[in-house]
Design a protein around this ligand. Structure first.
Ligand code: ATP
Ligand code: MG
Length: 321
């Protein structure tokens, strides 16, 4: 069953007489209990897309259009008070520095309890304490964290608290934006394997934003590749890793060493993202594409739909370039 369906979404930031097209006509579906990795270089629109799902973008300077349909409801149509029933309860988010939103002068446990009480006003003291015990256990934190302060926690413990907070109201969808990027590889690996365990147990669907293709390959079922605000490739990880169709995906995969295979030379993608405040006639990736043809300079490619729900935004993907 489809949990979230994004249809023709556009996000424009209006800054200083400029319109920055950070998300450009993006469409894809997420099925229940999917795990979707969103990858793409810095500035490709990953966080903008994530924030737009939770309607957390600054209202005054952003224009969002299209549809973001969660369980049949277009989130873009909801009022702020209606959204309160969705945020954290149905969809939650973990950022790289989520803990920064907590107070440094109050104990972790009392802050977690306060957040829980916001949505469970009638909960008894015992019920709250039980819930906190359960949450700390869930993310493999010792119970003493309850009486600790933020500065007493390691980076890994802090991210575990953030994950515990995001799971507090049993959400159906959890969005992790570079949530484990700042951690050392060992802690990152532990937390990621715990998350994949947990989501099976709790029936949670996950969107995972990361720069790290190997994290997606190891922990996600599907992948969305973004380039300059466009969804250039989407599909099952196993299909895309073994046979990337978009030249940008091919470049990204060459830029990361394989975990198990031979260590090759890292080949990056030369050039940089185009100016998102300028409209382009042709393909958005054209200036960096080694495989481009005449048509790519003049005509923006549509999205080619292939087998297994695979989507590729490239003239050559349909074999007619
Ligand atoms: P990173 O990997 O560095 O986190 P990202 O893929 O998450 O990058 P976004 O942060 O979504 O990218 O940014 C997409 C584009 O939108 C960039 O050009 C960025 O400069 C611009 N942008 C992001 N936030 C704002 C904002 N609040 N106001 C104006 N422009 C913004
Ligand atoms: Mg980001």
């Amino acid at each position: 069953m489809t949990l979230l369906s994004i249809k023709n979404e556009n996000v424009i930031y209006k800054v200083k007489n400029k319109s920055i097209h950070a998300v450009n006509n993006v469409s894809f579906d997420i099925e229940q209990q999917d795990s979707l990795g969103i990858v793409g270089e810095s500035g490709s629109g990953k966080s903008t897309l994530a924030l737009s799902i939770l309607r957390l973008l600054p209202k005054k300077t952003t224009e969002v259009s299209g549809e973001i349909i969660f369980e049949g409801i277009n989130l873009l149509d909801l009022s702020e008070s209606e959204l309160e029933n969705i945020r954290w309860k149905e969809i939650s988010v973990v950022f790289q520095k989520s803990m920064n939103s907590l107070s440094p002068i109050h104990k972790i446990g009392s802050q977690m309890s306060d957040i829980y009480m916001l949505h469970n006003k009638t909960a008894s003291k015992a019920e709250v304490k039980n819930k906190m015990t359960e949450l700390l256990e869930l993310v493999n934190l010792p119970q003493r964290v309850y009486t600790m302060y933020q500065h007493e926690l390691s980076g890994g413990m802090m991210q575990r608290v953030s994950i515990a907070l995001s799971l507090m109201h049993n959400p159906k969808l959890i969005i992790m934006d570079e949530a484990t990027t700042a951690l050392d590889v060992i802690t990152q690996g532990q937390i990621l394997s715990e998350i994949t365990e947990l989501e099976k147990r709790l029936n949670v669907t996950r969107i995972m934003i990361t720069h790290d293709m190997s994290v997606v390959a190891n922990t996600c079922k599907k992948i969305a590749v973004m380039y300059a605000g466009n969804l250039v490739e989407f599909g099952f990880v196993k299909d895309i890793i073994s046979n990337p169709k978009h030249p940008y995906t091919q470049g990204l995969l060459k830029s990361f060493p394989t975990l198990k295979g031979e260590r090759g030379v890292l080949r990056g993608i030369s050039g940089s993202l185009p100016d998102l405040s300028v409209q382009h006639d042709g393909c958005i990736f054209e200036s960096r594409c080694a495989a481009k043809g005449e048509r790519c300079l003049k005509e923006k490619p549509g999205t080619v739909i292939l087998e297994n729900g695979r989507m590729v935004m490239c003239h050559s993907a349909g074999g007619d370039n």
